[in-house]
Design a protein around this ligand. Structure first.
Ligand SMILES: Cc1cc2nc3c(=O)[nH]c(=O)nc-3n(C[C@H](O)[C@H](O)[C@H](O)COP(=O)(O)O)c2cc1C
Length: 175
């Protein structure tokens, strides 16, 4: 049976949720999927998978360094198997050019040019941030003219229909 490996990097948890959602979409289509946090994975893509979807989120202008290193280390497998990348950021919510720029930088750093790329809006998780991070994120949101400044709650921008389409487009190519 076709099985898909979904290694991801996450700092506040939204990319983990998206990776698990992608895995659920894959399973709903009758295939196998395993979403794993790169921090806790073995460092290499295990044998036996037919395709790989890598996820990472953006902080201070770049994706997680450990995802970059993971991709560099596993370049040969990613080039051999059908593979895709999804990038999670706030820029994906209304500033696609910026969101694309992060992916271009990631591609330049890793040398990996995934055939399919998803740009997904992340979340402002004010209630999970520490004091300083909460202030900084509120200031950034305010500077961008966002109305989402109530730090007693979270704002999730991820469009799950788009994530589902991304997973199904990938499956259509792999299956
Ligand atoms: C400290 C911090 C810095 C961030 N920097 C950026 C950034 O430079 N560009 C951007 O588009 N989003 C930025 N974000 C938004 C994150 O990409 C967004 O919150 C995403 O959902 C995080 O995913 P994660 O929960 O999987 O780590 C930042 C968020 C935080 C908390």
């Amino acid at each position: 049976m076709t099985s898909i490996y979904i290694p991801y990097g996450t700092t506040e948890g939204q990319t983990a949720k998206i990776a698990e959602f992608v895995a659920d979409v894959v399973r709903a289509h009758g295939y196998e999927a395993l979403a794993v946090d790169v921090k806790h994975a073995g460092g290499t893509i295990p044998d036996g998978y037919d395709a790989v979807i890598v996820g990472a989120s953006v902080h201070i202008g770049k994706h997680e360094d450990y995802v970059r290193d993971f991709v560099k280390k596993n370049r040969a497998v990613l080039d051999r198997l059908p593979s895709a990348l999804f990038s999670v950021s706030l820029s994906a919510h209304g500033d696609a050019e910026n969101a694309e720029g992060y992916v271009e930088k990631f591609e330049d750093e890793t040398g990996w040019r995934p055939a399919q790329v998803g740009l997904f809006s992340g979340a402002l998780l004010y209630t999970q941030y520490g004091f300083i991070k909460r202030l900084v994120m509120k200031k950034i949101a305010s500077d961008k003219g966002s109305p989402d400044l109530d730090t007693s709650r979270d704002y999730v921008y991820t469009e799950w229909d788009g994530v589902k389409r991304f997973a199904e487009d990938f499956l259509a190519k792999v299956a």
